[in-house]
Design a protein around this ligand. Sequence first.
Ligand code: GDP
Length: 457
Amino acid sequence: MNYLKEDTIAALSTAAGKSAIAVIRLSGKNSFQIIDKIFKTHSKPEQQAKHGYITDGIEKKDEVLCTFFKAPHTYTGENLVEIAAHGNPVIINEILNLLYKSGARPAEPGEFTYRAFLNGKMDLVEAEAVCALITSKTEMSAKAALNSLSGEFSSKIKNIRNAITNLIAFMEANLDHPDEDITFLSRGEKLLRLDSHIKDVQNLLNSYKTGEILQQGIKVAIIGKPNAGKSSLLNAILGKNRAIVTDIAGTTTDTVEETIDCCGIPLTITDTAGIRDRAENLIEILGQEKTRETACRADILILVFDSSSEPDCNDAKIADFLKKSDLNIPIICALNKSDLPSLFLSSYLLNRDNMAKVKISAKTGAGIADLLDEIVKIAGVSESKNDYLMINSRHFILLQNTLESLTRTKQALSARDADEIACFEALNAQTALNEILGINVKQDILDTIFSTFCIGK
Ligand code: GDP
C-alpha cells in the first residue's frame, strides 16, 4: 500500500447505492482544513457534530451532518471527519469529487484500518478481525470476530509471548552465569513452564478449525439418484420452495445453491443433478459432471436414498463413484421417504467410517432436525459457547511455527548441553508470536491482508 503520512484520504464508508444516509470518511493531517473549504455551518464551534451544507462555493450540494474527531483519539489515530450525507450516489460522487479537489485523495481498500494499525490503534489480529466482522455470515461468527476485535485473541497471544520473553531472560542469565542454576530458575521449572506454554499454543491451534468454519462456513452437497428426493430435501431444509420438485427423473440438470444459518454455522447447501446409470442428453451428462465436482469440493456429503424402493443400478453407480473418487469426507446417508413403507436394504449402504445414517421424510419434515444435528455434530461447533475466536490461516501457520520452536526448545533444554539452541528456538517462538500481532511483518504480507478489505474501511 502506498501510504504517505502527509496524505489525507476520503472514501464512502457505507454500501454504495441508494440509502437514507451515507457516510463519507475523511482522515489525515489536513482533514479539518479540507472539510472547511466545502462545509458551511452555523453550529457552535465547540460542537463535535455540526449541521450544515456541502457547497462548491457557488451552490449547495447537500445538507449534511459532519462529525469531527480530533487525533489521536480516533479510529485511525488521525484527524477524522465523518460526513453523514443523503444516500444518493450522484450526491456522494459530487461530495467526494469536491473533497478530492480540495486536497484529499481516494482511500485504498482497508486504508483507514491500515492507518489505525500503523498508528498503534489496533494490532494486526484486531485489524484482521474488523474484516472478519464485516464479512461474518451468522450471529455466532460475528460474535467470534468481535471477540478477536475486542482483543481477546491478542491478549492470549501477548500472555504467551510475555511468558516466553520472561523464560528467555532466565535462559540468557543462565548462559551468562552457568553455575548459578538455583539463583535463577531451575531447569525443571523451565521445562514445566514450557509445557504450559506448549499447551496454551495447542489450545489456540485447536480453535482454528472452529474459527474457520464460522468464517468460511461449511459446504454440504446433496447427492443421490434422480427422484430420491434431493430437491425436496433442500426445500425442506430451507423451509421454502427453492428447487423444482417433480417426479420426472433428470429435472435438476444444474446445481442449486443456498446458504443458511444452521445453529450459528453458515451452511452452503448444494442440490445437485441426480446421478444415474444412463444420462439421457448432453445437458444431463454435463449436470452429472458438475455433481461430481461439487461432491469433491464439499466438506460434508448428504447421500439421499429413496427408502421406499429397493436399491437399483443408479444407487450402485453412486456407491461406485464414492469408491472410485476415494473422498475422505464425512457422509450422512439420508434414508428419505420414511413416510412410506421401507423396502431399502440398509446392508446395501457402503460400510465406511465417518458415515452417519438418518431416516428422513422431506415430504413431512420428519428427521430433518436430526439431519441438521448430525451436520452440527460433524462441524464440532457448540451454539452455547460464546468465546470462539477468529483464528485465520495466517495465525494458524505462525502458531504452528511457535509450537515447533517451543517443542525444540524443550528438547534442547532437556538435553542439558544445548542451552544456546534452546534459547535460539525460544526466540524463534517469540518472533512468530510477535508476527501474529503484526510486529516486524513484511510489507507484502500487510499489503495482502489489507487488500482484502473493502474501500472505506
Ligand atoms: P430429486 O430428483 O432427487 O431432486 O427428487 P425430488 O425432490 O424432485 O422428488 C422426486 C419425487 O419424490 C417427487 O414427486 C417428490 O414429491 C417425492 N418425494 C420427495 N421426498 C419425499 C418424501 O419424503 N416422501 C414421499 N412420499 N415423497 C417424496
